[in-house]
Design a protein around this ligand. Sequence first.
Ligand code: AP5
Ligand code: MG
Ligand code: ZN
Length: 221
Amino acid sequence: MRVVLLGPPGAGKGTQALKIAKEFDIPHISTGDIFRQNLRDNTELGKLAKEYMDKGLLVPDEVTNRIVEDRLQKEDCQKGFLLDGYPRNIPQAEELDKFLEERGHSLTAVINIQVEREALIDRITGRRVCPVCGATYHIKTSPPKVDNVCDKCGSELIQRSDDKLESVVKRLEVYEKETKPLIDYYTRKDILVNIDGNKSIDEVFEDIKKALLGDRRNDIH
Ligand code: AP5
Ligand code: MG
Ligand code: ZN
């Protein structure tokens, strides 16, 4: 199963990705997480990515495409993969199609999580993340059991540096201009599934699971 998760910042892509990856036993590949990990490891890639991420801008395509293609060539992607946050514009989508086609593959489904704009801002500004294990919380809707401490590994939670209001507004703008056109792109290919992301985390997951199980029956790759 080769799946792309599409949706604006804060839609719940990362939250759902963890559950989908576990349920279907496929690797979760988040370009945002790869950049953040590089930043923590203080690599050149991390430093470059930070310049763009803090401004809410996209990291240049040639850098991002190469990282994804390297990752997709790893053994664990043979059985499929779940891409979260990639592709994010038409050139990246075209590059991904070309990469898959050259290997006789194609995407199984593109899950488009739809959420109202006001809810997105609340979700992002209330988000807290664990810098060690990557778990995601929300101060109001899914708080940790102990204030500011990760339930899973006990580390102190942080706020992402691009979750400041100015960066969030810019990210939403970039989404509208660059990423939203992918909805048409994948609708034309007849692989887009719209999911109502305004429901609870568990309800959204049930809807995604249903959509993917339906699709898997037709998955001949
Ligand atoms: P990235 O890390 O991909 O961030 P994003 O797309 O802005 O999306 P988010 O991670 O903010 O939101 P999400 O949809 O994962 O929501 P989450 O599940 O956390 O990218 C960051 C940056 O990296 C980009 O700006 C860019 O600079 C760079 N980058 C990344 N990919 C790139 C690419 N392909 N090309 C170029 N540059 C790239 O949920 C949000 C909150 O809501 C959480 O608190 C959660 O608990 C809560 N929540 C989730 N679901 C629900 C629900 N159903 N009900 C209530 N609350 C919910
Ligand atoms: Mg995310
Ligand atoms: Zn943790």
